[in-house]
Design a protein around this ligand. Structure first.
Ligand SMILES: Cc1cc2nc3c(=O)[nH]c(=O)nc-3n(C[C@H](O)[C@H](O)[C@H](O)COP(=O)(O)OP(=O)(O)OC[C@H]3O[C@@H](n4cnc5c(N)ncnc54)[C@H](O)[C@@H]3O)c2cc1C
Length: 490
C-alpha cells in the first residue's frame, strides 16, 4: 500500500486525505495547530463562539459535482441542517437602507423604489444575477487533464456565465457602482467586497444566495471542519495535530519524506503540500521549484492583490432581532491599519443560538485590510506591547461607532476578541495574512496553477492559492485534484 503524507490539515489537505483513503492509499496528515480545519475555524471566548469562516458555502444546492464533493467529505449530508440565508447583506446610508434579499424580486422592487432613475441598470443587474445562479464550480478533474469533450461540456454548463462576462467582465466593482446614480446603491456595491474585485464577482456571490446555493451549515465553520476531520479518521486516515513540518526531504527528482519540527522524519511515496503556497516554497521546498505560473502571481503584486481583515467580536448584553445578517454603515473616519475607514460592518450570528448564552448575542466587525495594512501590523508586531495597544485602541473606536449607529446598543457591547492580518500568518503561515487567494483584477488573467511541480515527480500542491479568488470550494477542489493525480499514477 502506497503512503501519502499531507502537510496541512485545512480543507484542501483533508479533502485529499479522504479521497486517497477511499482509493486505498495509506495517508497521514501533519497539522501544526491543535485542531484541523485551518482557516475554516472558530473558537470559544467567555461562553461565546467566534465563528471565523463561512459566510456562505457555495455548493449547498443539490445537483452539482461540488455538492456531491461536500457530501463525500462530510461537510454536508443528510444529518447536516442548513441555515437558509435570508439576505446577502444590508447597506445603510443617511437613514435609508437597501437589502440584497435572497428573494431577488424583492431586491429589485426595493432598488426600484429607492431609485427609479436607475431603472435600466437595476433591471439589468437583477436579470444578470439570475443568469449567475447557473454558475458551477468545476471539480471533476484538474483543468490541465481535461479533454476537448470535457471542455465542451464545461462550456455548455457555463453558457449563461458567458453572457454575464460579456456584460460585466471588463469592469471592477467600483466601475459597476458608478453605473448607478443613487448614492446608497453606489455605496452598497463596493461595501461588501475588497477593492479590486471584478464586477462579476459581486453578481456571482450574490447569486449563490438568491439561487439557494450559498447557505450555511448549522453549527458553523468549526463544526464543519470537525465533521470533515472525523470523516478522514473514519476512513482510516491518521491525523497528527500540534505537529508542524519543517521540510520536505528530497532525493534527486523525488521526495523521500518530510522532516518534522520535532526532529523526526517520516518516509512517504507521495507528499501533498496542502498549506499556503508562498510558505511551501519559502520554508518546505527550495524556492527554485515554485511553478512559473505561480511565481508570476507573487511578482505582479498590483494585478493580483491579496486581502485580509482586522476583526473584532463583541458580546451583546441582550438579543436584538433587528440586528440580523450583515449591515454596512457610514461612521466617523478612523484609522484601521494604514487606511482611513468611513464605512464599516457588523454581522450578527443570530442564526446559531449555540454561539451565545441564552438571551445574549454575538456580533463581529471585519475591516478589509490590504497588503499595505499587513505591512503596518507587521512592523507594529515587532513591539508586542505597541501592537496590543493599537489593536485595543482600534477596536475601541470600532465599538464606539457601532454604538453611534445603533443607539439601542449603548453600554451593551463588550469586546470579546480582536484579531489582525498577523493572526492569520501566525495561525496558518498565511501569505500577508490573506485568508482568500489572489484577487484577479480586471487587468489580470484569471488564476489557475496546476498542482504539479516540475522536477519533483511525487510532490503535489493542494491549496486555495492555486485558483483565484480561493475560498472553501477552491480548497476542496484543489485537494480533490491532488488526490486525482496520485490515484491516476497509482
Ligand atoms: C474570516 C474568514 C471568512 C471566510 N469566509 C469564507 C466564506 O464565506 N466562504 C468561503 O468559501 N471561504 C471563506 N473563507 C476562506 C476559507 O476559509 C479558505 O479559503 C479555506 O479554508 C482555505 O483552505 P486551505 O486548505 O487551502 O488552506 P488553510 O486553511 O490555510 O490550510 C492550510 C493548513 O496548513 C497548516 N500548516 C501551515 N504550515 C504548516 C506546517 N509547517 N506544518 C503543518 N501544518 C501546516 C495550517 O495550520 C492550516 O491548517 C473565509 C476565511 C476567513 C478567515
Amino acid at each position: 500500500m502506497k503512503k501519502v503524507v499531507i502537510i496541512g490539515g485545512g480543507i484542501a489537505g483533508m479533502t485529499a486525505g479522504i479521497l486517497l483513503q477511499k482509493a486505498g492509499f495509506q495517508t497521514e496528515i501533519y497539522e501544526k495547530n491543535a485542531i484541523a480545519g485551518g482557516q475554516c475555524t472558530g473558537w470559544k471566548r467567555d461562553g461565546y463562539m467566534i465563528d471565523n469562516c463561512i459566510h456562505w458555502l457555495t455548493g449547498t444546492r443539490e445537483g452539482s459535482a461540488l455538492h456531491e464533493l461536500w457530501k463525500e467529505i462530510g461537510a454536508l449530508g443528510d444529518t447536516v441542517e442548513l441555515y437558509e440565508k435570508p439576505s446577502f447583506f444590508t447597506a445603510r446610508l443617511n437613514g435609508e437602507t437597501l437589502t440584497f434579499w435572497r428573494d431577488k424580486e424583492r431586491t429589485r422592487r426595493e432598488l426600484l423604489a429607492l431609485s427609479p432613475e436607475d431603472e435600466k441598470e437595476i433591471n439589468k443587474l437583477m436579470d444578470y444575477v439570475k443568469l449567475a445562479e447557473t454558475m458551477t464550480v468545476p471539480v471533476e478533474k484538474p483543468f490541465d487533464a481535461m479533454n476537448p469533450l470535457d471542455f465542451i461540456k464545461l462550456g455548455m454548463s457555463m453558457k449563461e456565465m458567458g453572457k454575464l462576462m460579456k456584460e460585466y467582465g471588463k469592469m471592477d466593482i467600483r466601475e459597476l457602482a458608478l453605473r448607478f446614480r443613487h448614492p446608497l446603491i453606489r455605496h452598497a456595491i463596493v461595501d461588501y467586497m475588497p477593492e479590486g474585485y471584478q464586477a462579476y464577482a459581486f453578481l456571482v456571490s450574490y447569486a449563490t444566495v438568491t439561487g439557494g446555493n450559498g447557505d450555511i451549515p448549522k453549527g458553523g465553520s468549526l463544526e464543519m471542519a470537525i465533521r470533515i476531520a472525523k470523516k478522514y479518521q473514519e476512513q482510516g486516515g491518521v491525523l497528527y495535530t500540534n505537529t508542524a513540518v519543517s521540510k520536505v526531504l528530497l532525493d534527486g527528482k523525488r521526495a523521500k519524506g518530510i522532516l518534522l519540527e520535532n526532529g523526526k522524519s517520516v518516509d512517504a511515496d507521495y507528499i501533498v503540500c496542502a498549506c499556503d503556497t508562498d510558505y511551501t516554497f519559502r520554508a518546505l521546498l527550495p524556492d527554485s521549484y515554485m511553478p512559473k505560473a505561480l511565481r508570476r502571481l507573487y511578482e505582479e503584486r498590483e494585478h493580483y492583490p491579496v486581502g485580509s481583515g482586522f476583526q473584532v467580536a463583541y458580546a451583546v448584553d441582550g438579543a436584538f432581532p433587528e440586528l440580523t445578517g450583515t449591515q454596512v454603515f457610514s461612521c466617523d473616519k478612523f484609522r484601521v491599519g494604514s487606511r482611513t475607514v468611513q464605512r464599516m460592518s457588523i454581522q450578527a450570528y443570530d442564526y446559531e443560538p449555540s454561539f451565545a448564552p441564552e438571551g445574549k448575542m454575538i456580533l463581529q466587525s471585519n475591516f478589509t485590510q490590504s497588503e499595505a495594512d499587513y505591512t503596518y501590523w507587521e512592523a507594529l508586531y515587532a513591539d508586542k506591547e505597541a501592537y496590543e495597544q493599537q489593536k485595543k485602541e482600534t477596536a475601541r473606536k470600532a465599538l464606539e461607532r457601532v454604538e453611534t449607529e445603533f443607539a439601542f446598543l449603548k453600554g451593551k457591547l463588550r469586546i470579546l476578541d480582536i484579531w489582525t492580518p498577523i493572526t492569520y500568518t501566525r495561525y496558518c503561515n498565511s501569505y500577508k495574512g490573506a485568508y482568500m487567494s489572489f484577487v484577479t483584477t480586471k487587468q489580470a488573467k484569471s488564476v489557475t496553477v496546476p498542482g504539479t511541480i516540475k522536477g519533483l515527480e511525487n510532490v503535489l500542491l493542494a491549496s486555495q492559492w492555486l485558483m483565484g479568488p480561493g475560498g472553501l470550494p477552491t480548497a476542496a477542489a484543489m485537494g480533490k485534484f491532488a488526490a486525482w493525480r496520485i490515484i491516476k499514477k497509482g
